[in-house]
Design a binder for this molecule. Structure first.
Ligand SMILES: NC(=O)C1=CN([C@@H]2O[C@H](COP(=O)(O)OP(=O)(O)OC[C@H]3O[C@@H](n4cnc5c(N)ncnc54)[C@H](O)[C@@H]3O)[C@@H](O)[C@H]2O)C=CC1
Ligand SMILES: O=C(O)[C@@H]1CCC=N1
Length: 254
């Protein structure tokens, strides 16, 4: 995810930055990569320190970047991990860094992400605007008022691209199972998901109306939707999936 965000930030006019990751390719100057904290230039004073490690690595990562936290805001994209816990980790490392949490998603890598953002109440306007600008560089932004709402955002849009890819995967598999050549099934499945997404993007029409526009009375779509829209079919399985992901985000907080 850090790489996806970076690809957007690199295209924008972000101030000189240092990426700390053993696995990162070298960015274009004036940005640079550090394989270890020791390689971060002395005197570097970042306005934001972005945490994009796995949630379980938060404490270790905060400790590693502690020397650069003075005057900086922590911007975490980690699922679950709460502002309070991250702030405590920063305090334990010697700095009382304010925390903003963002939950982006993978289309951020092509500037088409959607990000839910939450800021601690005492975060000032300048930092709020800066965080918004960072996330707008990779797509659309929606602020949430309560931190726990980010768990639902994580389940809905953070993980959401995986649900859409699963749909493409299953359509392709079913096409092959029922006799289409694999290349044809792949083209049709991917093209359908991508094309339907593009229409959603290009139109202000709500999704239910777009669905109805495809659905001829007594036609093929109606036959399929009669299966998918049964209360115990997609409405139930998707609701349970989102609930499971939301609960997992809350677990990660602990
Ligand atoms: N993958 C996704 O679509 C999304 C992920 N996230 C969040 O982003 C975070 C990262 O997830 P992924 O990118 O999927 O994981 P990943 O495993 O692909 O990337 C983590 C990166 O952190 C680096 N790293 C780990 N510990 C480090 C340390 N102490 N110092 C420097 N670098 C370190 C690793 O080398 C790796 O490149 C997670 O907290 C996840 O919840 C949030 C939104 C979407
Ligand atoms: O699966 C995860 O935990 C992360 C958070 C949202 C997308 N990937």
């Amino acid at each position: 995810m850090g790489g996806a965000l970076w690809s957007g930030w690199e295209r924008s006019d972000i101030a000189p930055s240092v990426i700390l990751d053993r696995h990162c390719a070298s960015p274009a100057p004036p940005h640079r990569v550090a394989r270890t904290p020791e390689e971060i230039p002395a005197g570097f004073r970042p306005e934001f320190v972005v945490l994009a490690v796995k949630p379980g690595g938060a404490e270790q990562a905060v400790a590693a970047v502690a020397p650069w936290l003075e005057g900086a805001t922590l911007l975490s994209v980690m699922a679950g991990r709460r502002c309070g816990g991250l702030r405590a980790a920063a305090r334990a490392a010697g700095h009382d860094a304010p925390v903003i949490r963002a939950m982006p998603n993978m289309p951020s890598s092509i500037g088409r992400g959607v990000t839910g953002v939450y800021a601690e109440p005492e975060i000032g306007l300048v930092r709020t605007m800066q965080a918004e600008a960072l996330m707008r560089a990779v797509g659309q932004v929606a602020w949430v008022e309560r931190e726990e709402q980010l768990d639902l955002v994580t389940a809905l849009s953070g993980s959401g691209p995986a649900y859409v890819y699963l749909l493409a995967e299953l359509l392709e598999q079913i096409g092959v199972t029922h006799g289409l050549p694999p290349d044809t099934a792949r083209l049709l499945a991917r093209g359908t998901v991508a094309g339907a997404g593009a229409v959603l993007d290009a139109s202000a029409t709500d999704a239910a109306t777009l669905r109805r526009n495809v659905t001829s009375p007594n036609g093929t779509t109606a036959a399929a939707l009669n299966v998918l829209m049964q209360p115990d079919a997609w409405p139930d399985s998707l609701a349970r999936a989102i609930a499971a992901a939301t609960a997992r985000a809350a677990e990660l907080a602990r």
